[in-house]
Ligand binder design. Structure first.
Ligand SMILES: C[S@@+](CC[C@H](N)C(=O)[O-])C[C@H]1O[C@@H](n2cnc3c(N)ncnc32)[C@H](O)[C@@H]1O
Length: 478
């Protein structure tokens, strides 16, 4: 399964987790994946169990829905999927409206890509031959010139992307000039605030107004908006299934196309020429082509699973799931954040594109290339990411699972796990720290054991290092 790029994704651990889930409830039929993220674990369990997925982020729910919520009827819809018939007309309508405004700037982006030896809207390497030519991106009139010398060109692109590209500001209208002059309406407060009040207004231009040359190239931002518009215009039979499917495919495509390193936190500063080239390489890929490749990959995964009836993907704090009566749940799989990094900060753009509601941004005038996050009130802050709250939160989670009469499988990280850092700071040895971790479950379960697995982690920029993945398996609630 090819997932979104996600911190803590458990793709390499699904076999160990499946074995642990089976151990926690040998005759179990229903599993709750309490913090499902990329849906890698839920999906790997769906062939054997009825699965409920939950996550506090809406993008995670959207993705889980596309993998889990299936029956014969929905699979038949996916088997007959026709992206051009479903999305083509609305996609082109929205694209034309945005190119009308952004054409000159897109022409300059195209010139930079070509001069760097890169494709304009290049096809994704995973694209199926049958999809070739679908959603080809429109040519723009007028060719732009860029410097012939590579160093001059890098600095010209830096200037274009970081200084000249406007972006929506909360406190005043941005004043676009040069190749962006025609695009002024996209950055007008009045117009964006009108969409905040009614996001269904066409054309869709959230990505083009919020993230141009920040997390996405210009063609990519236009494509994301136009596909998002086309998804919302789906009508007729199978609409809900198609909507869930295409939205998940678009989120995957956007995730692995980010201009930042592997998430949507601080965008790259384009300081070195090599960074300019790396960002141009990311921006040379066609989002629609990549979405089509992911659409095929998701369909292939779904078609291989014999889904149990009644799977569901939820969005909310983990406590909400326990508040709703969980008679059928035999095992809870919990994979909480294990560092102080909040997912709502690292993946805010995926959340915004899922909700597509033009949220208020926390941006300052003149700082358009720094992270363009929604205001803090719109970003979930997890107690698992807070040194003072993490232990209590994990204890509560164990207690809630036990109270529901379910077994528990809990993933955590030792070396860089926040709770273990807290324990280290309190002077606990690694052995004592593990015991104290196990005590959280022993307080409410009779049978608790720990499985460990050494894994190589590639950190942000630093070299690979070994980490110990912990799997706590708890049975027999007190
Ligand atoms: C380590 S990731 C899960 C990764 C997932 N198992 C996978 O394989 O992709 C942690 C997840 O917890 C979610 N999360 C954080 N706090 C939460 C809370 N209070 N309730 C529900 N989900 C939460 C985050 O949004 C994130 O998706």
């Amino acid at each position: 399964m090819r997932t979104i790029w996600y911190m803590g994704v458990k793709t390499r651990l699904t076999d160990a987790i499946s074995a642990a889930v089976a151990e926690a409830a040998p005759r179990g039929e229903g599993v709750l994946d309490l913090m499902s993220g990329s849906a890698a674990v839920s999906t790997s369990l769906a062939g054997r169990y009825k699965v409920w997925a939950n996550d506090v982020q809406a993008y995670a729910q959207a993705i889980a829905r596309a993998y889990l919520e299936h029956d014969e009827r929905s699979k038949a819809v996916l088997a007959r999927l026709d992206p051009e018939a479903d999305l083509g007309a609305a996609y082109r309508e929205n694209q034309a409206a945005l190119l009308e405004l952004l054409g000159p700037a897109v022409a300059l982006e195209d010139a930079h890509l070509r001069a760097a030896g890169l494709a304009v809207a290049g096809r994704d390497s995973g694209e199926h031959p049958d999809d070739a030519g679908l959603f080809d991106q429109a040519e723009v009139e007028g060719r732009r010139r860029v410097p012939g010398d590579a160093r001059d060109r890098a600095s010209a692109y830096r200037d274009f992307a970081l200084q000249r590209t406007p972006a929506f500001l909360e406190e005043r209208d941005a004043k676009p000039s040069g190749v962006f002059r025609r695009a002024a309406p996209l950055f007008e407060r009045e117009r964006v605030l009108a969409r905040r009040a009614d996001p269904s207004q066409a054309p869709y231009h959230l990505a083009a107004s919020y993230y141009p040359n920040v997390y996405l190239g210009l063609r990519q931002a236009i494509a994301v908006d136009s596909l998002r518009y086309a998804i919302d215009q789906l009508r007729g039979r199978g609409r809900a299934v198609k909507r869930a499917h295409y939205l998940a495919a678009l989120l995957h495509a956007t995730s692995v196309t980010t201009s930042a390193t592997s998430h949507f936190c601080q965008p790259r500063g384009l300081v070195r020429d090599s960074e300019v080239q790396a960002v141009l390489r990311r921006r040379s890929v066609s989002i629609p082509s990549r979405m089509l490749a992911f659409s095929r990959a998701i369909r292939a995964t779904v078609s291989e699973i014999e889904h149990r009836p009644g799977n569901a993907a939820h969005c909310g704090d983990w406590r909400e799931r326990f508040a709703q009566g969980l008679e059928e749940i035999d095992v809870v799989y919990a994979d909480p954040p294990y560092t102080s990094d909040n997912y709502s900060r690292f993946y805010h753009a995926l959340e915004v594109l899922t909700r597509y509601d033009y949220p208020e941004l926390q941006v300052k005038a003149g700082k358009t290339t720094k992270g363009r996050y929604p205001v803090i009130g719109r970003r979930h802050r997890s107690p698992f990411c807070n040194r003072r709250r993490v232990e209590r939160e994990l204890a509560d989670l164990c207690a809630a699972s036990a109270k529901a009469g379910a077994g528990l499988v809990l993933s955590y990280a030792q070396e860089n796990g926040l709770l273990f850092k807290v324990y280290r700071d309190q002077g606990l040895t690694p052995r004592r720290a593990r015991e104290r971790f196990l005590d959280l479950a022993r307080a409410v379960y009779r049978d608790v054991r720990l499985e460990t697995q050494a894994l190589m982690h590639s950190g942000q920029g630093d070299s690979n290092h070994e980490v110990t993945e912990l799997l706590l398996i708890a049975r027999d609630p007190k």
